[in-house]
Design a protein around this ligand. Sequence first.
Ligand code: FAD
Length: 318
Amino acid sequence: MTTLVVFVEHSGGNARRGSLEALGAAHAAGCDCIAVLAGADAAQAAQTLGGSGATKAVVLTGPAEHSADAVASAIAEVVGAQGADGFLAASTHHGQDLAARVAAHLDSVLFSDCTGLTSEGDSLSVQRSWLAGKAIAQLTSTAPAFCCTTRLNVFEVCEGEGSVEVSEHAISAEPKTRVVSIEAKGDSKLDVKEAPVVVSGGRGMKEAEHFSLIEDLAAAFGNAAVGASRAVVDTGWRPHSEQVGQTGKVVAPQLYVAVGISGAIQHLAGMRTSGTIVAINKDAEAPIFKVADYGIVGDALEIVPALAEAVRAVKAEG
Ligand code: FAD
């Protein structure tokens, strides 16, 4: 059986959903999973991993737990010590940063932002979106170790039961970075990459103030993040952190609502693998309707408030 070391990010003593999805991906592919965790509360988070697909968890200890270079070096040691075949992380900023470094330590290649993971015998292969999402490539590695990151909101989380055997591994590498301070972000807004629902607005919203309607619809869902097209980011209506697309973030939420967005190829590259796509546009010929599962033709300024009200009514019914 193929064994993968899976990096588990956590917050408040609980594993983050993207990491649970990465564990779920490896488990569903028939791999044996060893979770590796670093940072404050890592030991507590490791104890919560029973039933997640991991059979063991290794907690990295030492003062260099915030240094990506030292943590990556320690993870590569864990891969070797556990006799694992490779490394997997969720495709978050942190996961991508670590995975590239671990791949270098293991003299491997890195398949990033994968949407599929399968094993055949001892060989693992991945699926990745190519050509701005117009094609899906199936890739396998001839390198001695296998490394990949998994796109968020694509893989199922394991909902099993069980326990994990937890051990520790000391970070021995001298860190090349020193963390001066860490400050919590002032807001607790969901990131477009992680939210299960994304409500994105485009130039069809007409002006920055009208994005309060998009925010209100996102609030009605309760678990939604606000996204934006590049056109509105470039005009300064929304921050770049919300931009979806080729030069923004690639998202794959369960539900993507595109409001007043034409559906340019560069925007589609960032959202076309979403579970269900709903488009609201006054132009029935807008290209976004070609990738949409549901389309509403009309004025977004009228439809979005009505939709928010309808979502609230459904939620109130339970
Ligand atoms: P528009 O194309 O202007 O579309 C506005 C839409 O709103 C239209 O379809 C219109 O019918 C509709 N509309 C107007 N009024 C209403 C109304 N009242 N109600 C409902 N609908 C209405 N774009 C990205 O989004 N992300 C990227 O990462 C990105 N990267 C790029 C990289 C490169 C190298 C290049 C060249 C371009 C990139 N772009 C990107 C830009 C992209 O080509 C488009 O210009 C952009 O996506 C258009 O944004 P939009 O759909 O909001 O605006």
